[in-house]
Ligand binder design. Sequence first.
Ligand code: NAD
Length: 482
Amino acid sequence: MKEIKHLINGQFVGSASGKMFDDINPATGQLIAKVHEGGKPEVDAAVAAARTALKGPWGTMPVDERMALLRQVAEGINTRAEEFAQAESADNGMPISLARAAAVPRGSANFIQFAEHFKYVATETWEMDGALNYSLRRPLGVIGIISPWNFPLLLSTWKIAPALASGNTVVMKPSEETPMTAMLTAEVINEILPPGVFNVVQGLGSDSAGAALSEHPDVDGITFTGETTTGKTIMRAAADGLKKLSFELGGKNPNIVFADADLEDALTMTLRSSFANQGEVCLCGSRIYVQRPIFDQFVTGLVAKVKANVKVGDPSDPASTMGSLVSKEHFQRVMSFVESAREDGATFECGGKIPDNLPDHLAEGVFLEPTVVTGLTPDCKAQRQEIFGPMVSIVPFDTEEEVLELANDTRYGLGATVWTTNLGTAHRMSAALEAGIIWVNTWFLRDLRTPFGGMKNSGIGREGGVHSLEFYSELKNVCIKL
Ligand code: NAD
């Protein structure tokens, strides 16, 4: 049986407690690895190693050299791309096609992006009468990364790469649901960077490794992606040390289709923004608002596309376009939203049940048909809370004012999508929607130089491009009397 260990100070080690937990393939229910369960002792050792490594060769390395090493990390991931893709798919339930096409390439692209971009960012200079001010950028220090299970490699490297490119050292706590690609990343990085620069402690969240990292007095910043409630707990734990925080949290994103939109484009992309990675994407547009003249046509069109294009099946089969949910617990949570929608009188246009044609080897898996409902009112549980599964609701609207009111009536503010061919509508909606990222006539089109993050309960701060540099470094001003 494969064993997944921690990487601490350049060594793969087990836990002092000897405790382990199971890593289960959610599509088959099979045990795929035993994972060493880290706790405070492992976090303490990893943070101490990271602190020491800041003072070692990494801390004084010329920028070009550091960036060259990060490009080698990208190459290291690319060289083992298929191994990464298989691991991600087995751990998470994501279709292997998605792991190959998006998760792994984006994992390595993150290293290239930040290795390149940060070399060309200037600092400011201000001339005064008789004095000169200039700014110096310095690494923040030891960065704690706490990452989720939904795109484990893509989302962790989105933080590892800029943290390292800025000259920091890192202690990462990956999700207990998906420890595999964190271990592979550790293997790749450990061959390239000095010991202690990048450390991974496997383990659980509350009262465990995650909590120990959040409250550790020698960690300078915490960057976290996950649920809003977890973010609040981490913020409280980090308050004592006044740590710098960056949070990418949950969403309940509106997808708004005006009657003048290109219907075919809107339908094709809505299929993706509803069911990509089984709807386990923070940016999925789970609240679909469609202007009344095209409402019926849109509902019929989306259901037709689901039936024609979505193949739920074994994630390891390249023909599957939807895999399994991440775990039994998460499946039960998603099903509770299906049930609540039923109780609230929703019409199930399609889905709402376990697929009945799954092969025997997937009998223990956690699969749900792509589910489209209509008839939910704004106060229904399934319309208000993040489902994080393959279930969307479609609601009609009449005017721009009305849909704005509906779209913004949420504690979340991560993403929003607008479909229209009217330039005025596009600009007015983009300005008024309360979300950190607005897509017009597209979805999930990402330029890694742009600010990424959420408003309201969807996050704190922005990462991406120079915004990542802002988080992962300290600026100091030097004032010289001439
Ligand atoms: P989660 O909050 O349950 O777990 C995320 C990480 O936090 C895991 O590593 C977990 O072990 C750790 N953790 C849990 N409790 C902790 C505690 N008390 N102290 C420290 N660490 C703790 O989230 P999840 O279920 O893994 O991921 C799904 C959530 O992530 C969804 O809400 C989704 O919207 C959000 N998400 C947001 C973005 C974004 O960019 N905004 C991207 C992906 C996912």
